[in-house]
Design a protein around this ligand. Structure first.
Ligand SMILES: NC(=O)c1ccc[n+]([C@@H]2O[C@H](COP(=O)([O-])OP(=O)(O)OC[C@H]3O[C@@H](n4cnc5c(N)ncnc54)[C@H](O)[C@@H]3O)[C@@H](O)[C@H]2O)c1
Length: 256
């Protein structure tokens, strides 16, 4: 392990600061509510300048105002709108350090024998193409800035275990894991880390009486956004209380 550089010193200063993202500039897609909004608040509390990119203009604007951030209307399925969101960050603060590709929709359930390709394409345009757009434009900006950066993408427990979501959603979230690994491979040379989070909803956990909260996910994203995770890339951080790791109905075998 290399532990003797001025970079290490800078990183330590950042880690010891109560504000773990002090001065960093972040774009969060789907940041107006849910996980994205919780993360926007946590990022701002930790000293980041946050651009919220969403299609919910009213909530997005008022959240941005409350955290001293910026809001931009951005449908992630449209590449030029994601490019504009990244530009807002650069025009505002002159840089982009963190891209959280979080926007996603649940889509429609139903049997594979009746799957509607138009509905599937609509979901993929948001959940998957949206992430491609985000990585592409964040990477361009970060490469040009020569300071590295961190890109985080929202996958799901549904990418790990079948039966948790619709076929289209499951497919989109699994594809995000592959894309994150291949882009982590390409972009590492520029000091850009690419990681995923895989949250699981409130149902099911190995931790008795404890379901997942938005705050749990936001804290995990904060870790991947901060220098504390400086040697973590190509990783999928599962935030599911262990749900996808074990079949808990057999746990009686551990009695005695
Ligand atoms: N909440 C969970 O339990 C959970 C579990 C696994 C994965 N996820 C993933 O986490 C992400 C956030 O989920 P959430 O629960 O906070 O959802 P949410 O529905 O509460 O929030 C999603 C946000 O994305 C925005 N959005 C939707 N379509 C968009 C588009 N085309 N362009 C820009 N923004 C758009 C919405 O307006 C909303 O603000 C999603 O990708 C979701 O698949 C969530």
């Amino acid at each position: 392990m290399d532990n003797n550089t001025s970079d290490t010193k800078d990183t330590l200063v950042q880690i010891l600061s109560p504000q773990r993202l002090r001065g960093k500039v972040a774009v969060i897609t789907g940041g107006a509510r849910g996980i994205g909004a919780a993360t926007a608040r946590v990022f701002a509390e930790n000293g980041a300048h946050v651009v919220i990119a969403d299609i919910l203009n009213e909530v997005g604007t008022s959240l941005a105002e409350s955290i001293g951030g910026r809001y931009i209307q951005c449908d992630v399925s449209k590449e030029e709108e994601v490019e504009s969101a990244v530009k807002v960050a650069v025009e505002w603060k002159g840089r982009l350090d963190i891209m959280f590709n979080n926007a996603g929709i649940a889509g429609f359930g139903g049997s594979i024998t009746n799957i509607r390709m138009d509905q599937m394409m609509t979901l993929l345009a948001i959940n998957l193409h949206g992430v491609v757009h985000g990585i592409k434009h964040a990477a361009r900006t970060m490469i040009a800035g020569k300071r590295g950066g961190t890109i985080i993408c929202s996958s799901s427990s549904a990418a790990i275990m079948g039966g948790l979501a619709s076929h289209s959603y499951t497919m989109s979230k699994e594809a995000i894991l592959g894309l994150a690994r291949s882009t982590a491979c390409e972009l590492g040379v520029h000091g850009i880390r690419v990681n995923c989070i895989s949250p699981h909803g409130e149902r099911g956990s190995l931790l008795r009486g404890r379901g997942g909260r938005l705050e749990d996910v936001a804290q995990a994203v904060l870790f991947l956004a901060s220098d504390e995770s400086g040697f973590v890339t190509g990783h999928n951080l599962v935030i599911d209380g262990g749900y996808t790791s074990a079949f808990s109905q057999m746990s009686f075998i551990y009695n005695d």
